[in-house]
Design a protein around this ligand. Structure first.
Ligand code: DGL
Length: 255
């Protein structure tokens, strides 16, 4: 493992590609290996022990490729497994959580709606986040929403979210946290669908900056002459899923 080694990035499916788009913009000279665990998706509604097993297997696959760092591009996998993975591996692991902290700074006395998977919102990590930044925050679990994004059924996915927002008085909502990396793909359409005063907040750029910092501090940045690249892998049917993953990565350029 050295500076020229790749960085592993994974998610339960295509959601983490929204993060990979950001990572590539922030660190254009890095080589990324993206693993979508599509065969085991979704993570958000499975028993956490099962998700932990899946995440450990994915990590082993990435480790076998000689990665110098890893990004858990999935809020659910972070909530379930980040602590264990950090205790097991010596390389830096950057993880994600719903961007409640930046959203709390955008409040003007109104509510912050936090959209995420049932597991993310149920596990202790989120309770700790709510404790610190959760004033007027309303957690809204979204079972089934990642599946709509995986199927590129974006109109229905946007309808799902606007339906949830409509259950609140819209003038009382200051921000919407996209607390699952799949939901970030809905950002442009949600921007058009929701009133201007509702801020849309996600953790993707913060995660990219955090990876940059960590590589810098660990003297792990790629050599300046290196050309960046992104290799895509999946535990599912590659013939079907790789074209979808490439489409989603392209879509991530416009987020
Ligand atoms: N993209 C994932 C997240 O950020 C999880 C979606 C799922 O597998 O349920 O939480």
């Amino acid at each position: 493992m050295n500076n020229a080694s790749p960085i592993g990035v994974f998610d339960s499916g295509v959601g983490g590609l929204s993060v990979l788009g950001c990572l590539r913009r922030e660190l254009p000279g890095e080589r990324f290996i993206y693993y979508g665990d599509n065969a085991n998706a979704p993570y958000g509604t499975k028993p956490p022990e099962q998700v932990l097993d899946c995440v450990c297997r994915v990590t082993e696959k990435l480790v076998a490729r000689g990665i110098k760092a890893m990004v858990i591009a999935c809020n659910t996998a972070t909530a379930v497994a980040a602590a264990q993975l950090r205790a097991m591996y010596p390389f830096p692991i950057v993880a994600m959580e719903p961007a409640l902290k930046p959203a709390s700074l955008m409040r003007h006395g109104g509510k912050v709606l936090v959209l995420a998977t049932p597991n993310t919102l149920r596990l202790p990590k989120f309770a700790a986040l709510m404790e610190r930044y959760g004033e007027q925050a309303v957690p809204l679990p979204c079972p089934g929403l990642m599946e709509l994004v995986e199927a590129e059924r974006f109109d229905e996915a946007v309808g799902y979210v606007t339906g949830l927002v409509a259950q609140q008085r819209q003038d009382t909502v200051d921000a919407l946290v996209l607390g699952c990396t799949h939901y970030v793909f809905l950002r442009p359409a949600l921007r058009r669908a929701l009133p201007e005063h509702v801020a849309l907040v996600d953790g993707n750029e913060g995660t990219a900056r955090q990876l940059h910092r960590v590589l810098l501090e660990g003297e792990l940045l790629a050599p300046p002459s290196q050309r960046g690249e992104a290799e895509l892998m999946t535990s599912g049917d590659a013939a079907e899923l790789l074209p979808l993953m490439r489409r989603m990565l392209k879509r991530a350029e416009d987020l």
